[in-house]
Write a protein that binds this ligand. Structure first.
Ligand code: ZN
Ligand code: ZN
Length: 127
């Protein structure tokens, strides 16, 4: 997983992710925040009439929590998983590649339906 530069609107908390872009606003996925047009306006603030919150209203944002897209388990960097030998403060990116969701792992129904849920099955928690 390469590093992704996400940015968060300081006003409303909206997170711009280059992985996602804003296809509905004509910004294709893969567009880095730095490459957004100068006329860019936060889609949430813009829609709610909070004014033209442009790129200046954003700050870089690094997710510390990731959620399993299958079971909803949240990996929290602050907490780690000490009982599994993952020290508190370990970033999700630094987890071993064979990391498997601890909740899915012990759920026979999920195992049957989804197999092993690895890091690829997690998404950053955008709150
Ligand atoms: Zn906003
Ligand atoms: Zn899971």
């Amino acid at each position: 997983m390469t590093n992704v530069n996400r940015f968060r609107c300081k006003i409303c908390g909206y997170i711009y992710s280059p992985l996602r872009g804003e296809p509905h606003n004509g910004i294709p996925a893969g567009t880095e925040f730095e490459d957004l047009p100068e006329t860019y306006i936060c889609p949430i603030c813009g829609m709610e009439g909070k004014g033209k919150i442009g790129k200046w209203g954003f700050e870089e944002w690094v997710p510390t929590r990731y959620i399993c897209s299958v079971c909803g388990y949240v990996y929290d960097k602050v907490r780690g998983e000490p009982h599994r030998g993952i020290k508190a403060g370990t970033a999700f990116e630094d987890l071993p590649d064979d990391y498997i969701c601890p909740v899915c792992r012990i759920d026979p129904k999920i195992n049957l339906e989804f197999g092993k849920v690895t890091k690829a099955g997690f998404e950053p928690l955008m709150v």
